[in-house]
Design a protein. Structure first.
Lengths: 112, 117
């Protein structure tokens, strides 16, 4: 299956620290996206990186993509308690119609 | 204003029953999806519709029947519910990707938690 794997499965840090989550996938992709899911809520899009991009920033988020290793990382800098959530990577390998395949997710806990 | 709304939010029912979940989006998107999230938080695509046409069907049992009356609505009907159908079902929408310049993020509803007893 194309489903990506995320590492670590769970991450616990203190406020102010940086959080790094990794995603590995299996097939060639057109783009990779990161989503956040608060407990009991729907997923919210954070950032998209295309296959011809290597790094992208958005506020406190930094995403890297290494297509040769089929991996991506999401860095959240200066984390806050409100960043506590599950984070999912999603890959789009389809042509014509969008079909996002989600990774297994990383549960991030940021303690005050 | 809610962009993608699903009803009901919670559904508890007995095995063997038939139930429906409704989804509506007011974003003007032409593609809608159903995803299933299990107890381990794995999220798997089930169906996708583009302008009322089924374009993705991920080997879901035929007890699950999606229906899209128009491009703003995508409903999910489940017949003969089984214990393993217990999950959170998410509706999502996006714009059709017509080339390599995909800008299509998915917008998700809040989910419908189905519990089969």
């Amino acid at each position: 299956s194309q489903q990506g794997e995320e590492d670590p499965q769970a991450l616990s840090i203190q406020e102010g620290e940086n959080a790094t989550m990794n995603c590995s996938y299996k097939t060639s992709i057109n783009n990779l996206q990161w989503y956040r899911q608060n407990s009991g809520r729907g997923l919210v899009h954070l950032i998209l990186i295309r296959s011809n991009e290597r790094e992208k920033h958005s506020g406190r988020l930094r995403v890297t993509l290494d297509t040769s290793k089929k991996s991506s990382s999401l860095l959240i800098t200066a984390s806050r308690a409100a960043d506590t959530a599950s984070y999912f990577c999603a890959t789009d390998a389809a042509t014509g119609f969008q079909k996002l395949v989600f990774g297994t997710g990383t549960r991030l806990l940021v303690s005050p | 204003d809610t962009a993608v709304s699903q009803t009901p939010k919670y559904l508890v029912t007995q095995m063997g029953n038939d139930k429906s979940i409704k989804c509506e989006q007011n974003l003007g998107h032409d593609t809608m999806y159903w995803y299933k999230q299990d107890s381990k938080k794995f999220l798997k695509i089930m169906f996708s519709y583009n302008n009322k046409e089924l374009i993705i069907n991920e080997t879901v049992p035929n007890r699950f029947s999606p229906k899209s009356p128009d491009k703003a609505h995508l409903n999910l009907h489940i017949n003969s519910l089984e214990l393993g159908d217990s999950a959170v079902y998410f509706c999502a929408s996006s714009n059709r990707w017509t080339g390599r310049m995909n800008t299509g993020e998915l917008f998700f509803g809040e989910g419908s938690r189905l519990t089969v007893l």
